[in-house]
Design a protein around this ligand. Structure first.
Ligand code: SAM
Length: 340
C-alpha cells in the first residue's frame, strides 16, 4: 500500500530519510509531501511517531482534472463511489489542503467550495453532516481527505493518521512566542498540568512556558539565570531560581508532576539531562524542546530511538514531533515509567 505523508515545506528530504529508517520506501515527492510504499501502517506510530510528518494519508488515489469543474466532478464521484450503500448518520471529517503556495491555497479553497456545493445537490443529508478538519490523531481516522499537489492534480484518501500539529493562538500577555510551542505540545500530548500540580520549568526566561502552566493553576519553579517578565514575574504561583538547569535538584517532594525544559543547549546535553530525571523518577510528565543547531536531525532521532540506551526504556508514552511552532527544533512529550 502507498501512503502520502505531508511535512513542513523544505523538510521533504529529512522526512524521506526518516521514513527510510522506518523501512518505508519513498517513491516521489513534491513541495510539502512525500509518497511512500509501506506494509504496516500501525508501525508508523512506533518509536514516538514520525517526527517530521504532519498528516499521513493511507492508500491515496492520484486524481487529475482538466478544469475546476471536471476536477470537482471526479472528487464527488470518488466520494460517492467510496460510500457505496453505506448509510451516514454521524458527523464525518473532510479536509482539502495543499502546500503553502498562495495561489495553490486559493485553488484548493475553490475546489473545496465547489465540491461541497455539488455534494449538497447530490446528497444533502450527508453534506450536512460534513465537518471540516482532520480527525484527531494518533489513531487512524475515516473521512474524505484531498491533498492538492498541483492545479490539475490531487491525492484523495479516506483514511488519515494525523500527527496533531496545530497553529495555536498567542496569549497577548505572554512574555515570549515560545508559549505557542508548549500550548501545541499539550494539545498533541492530550495532557497538561492541572490545578495544584508542581511544574519545574528549566530555561524558563522570559516566562512564556511558565505562563502556560500558571494559567492552568500549577505552581511553577522557574529555573533560569535570565530575568522573568510580567505577568509571570509577580505571579503568586511562581518561584524563580537563578540556578543552572543542569545542577538543579528539586527539594522536598521526590517527584514533580511536570518537567518542562526549553534550555538553549546542545540536544545531547538536554537528552542526557532528561534521561537523568527519568532514571531517578523525578517527574511524571515532561515536555522538552531540543534545539538541533548543527546536528543532523536524523542522527538525533536515531539516538533517541536507540532501544537500549534511549529514552523509551524510561517512558510509558513518548511522542517526538517537529511542532508547527518549532523552527530548527523538535519536541519530546512523554510520561515517565514508574520505577524506571
Ligand atoms: C528559548 S529560551 C526559553 C524561553 C522560555 N521557554 C519562554 O517560554 O519564555 C532559552 C533559555 O534557556 C536559558 N538557559 C540556557 N542555558 C541554561 C542553563 N544551563 N540553565 C538554565 N537556563 C539556561 C537561557 O537563559 C534562556 O532564557
Amino acid at each position: 500500500m502507498n501512503i502520502l505523508i505531508t511535512c513542513k515545506e523544505d523538510y521533504e528530504k529529512i522526512l524521506s530519510r526518516e521514513i527510510i529508517s522506518y523501512n518505508l520506501n519513498p517513491q516521489t515527492q513534491g513541495k510539502g509531501w512525500v509518497l511512500a510504499a509501506e506494509n504496516a501502517p500501525a508501525a508508523l506510530q512506533d518509536h514516538g511517531g514520525l517526527c517530521f510528518a504532519c498528516e499521513i494519508l493511507l492508500d491515496p488515489v492520484d486524481i487529475k482534472g482538466s478544469s475546476v469543474n471536471n476536477f470537482t466532478e471526479i472528487l464527488v464521484n470518488s466520494f460517492t463511489a467510496h460510500l457505496g450503500q453505506r448509510k451516514i448518520d454521524l458527523p464525518w471529517s473532510y479536509r482539502f489542503f495543499s502546500s503553502t503556495q498562495e495561489n495553490l491555497i486559493h485553488h484548493t479553497n475553490t475546489l473545496e467550495q465547489l465540491w461541497l456545493e455539488k455534494l449538497r445537490k447530490k446528497m444533502s443529508r450527508v453534506a450536512k453532516l460534513a465537518k471540516e478538519g482532520m480527525p484527531r490523531g494518533p489513531e487512524t481516522g475515516e473521512g474524505f481527505f484531498v491533498y492538492v499537489t498541483d492545479f490539475n492534480q490531487a491525492y484523495v484518501s479516506f483514511t488519515s493518521v494525523s500527527q496533531g500539529q496545530q497553529r495555536m493562538k498567542l496569549d497577548p500577555q505572554s512574555p515570549s512566542r515560545s508559549y505557542l510551542k508548549l500550548e501545541e505540545a499539550f494539545y498533541i500530548f492530550g495532557q497538561c498540568p492541572k490545578e495544584g500540580d508542581t511544574v519545574v520549568d528549566l530555561g524558563a526566561a522570559p516566562g512564556g512556558w511558565s505562563l502556560s502552566a500558571l494559567k492552568r493553576g500549577a505552581r511553577v519553579i522557574a529555573v533560569d539565570n535570565g530575568p522573568l517578565k510580567e505577568p509571570v514575574l509577580s505571579h503568586p504561583g511562581i518561584t524563580h531560581l537563578k540556578t543552572d538547569a543542569f545542577k538543579y535538584h528539586h527539594e522536598g517532594e521526590t517527584s514533580v508532576d511536570w518537567l518542562l525544559c526549553d534550555v538553549l543547549e546542545k540536544p545531547e546535553m538536554v537528552v542526557d539531562l532528561l534521561c537523568q530525571w527519568l532514571k531517578e523518577g523525578r517527574c511524571h510528565y515532561f515536555v522538552v524542546n531540543l534545539k538541533l543547531g548543527r546536528r543532523d536531525p536524523i542522527e538525533v532521532l536515531k539516538e533517541l530511538r536507540d532501544i537500549k540506551e534511549g529514552l523509551f526504556s524510561y517512558c510509558n508514552k513518548l511522542y517526538i514531533r517537529q511542532l508547527y511552532h518549532d523552527r530548527e527544533e523538535i519536541t519530546l512529550m512523554g510520561e515517565a515509567r514508574a520505577n524506571a
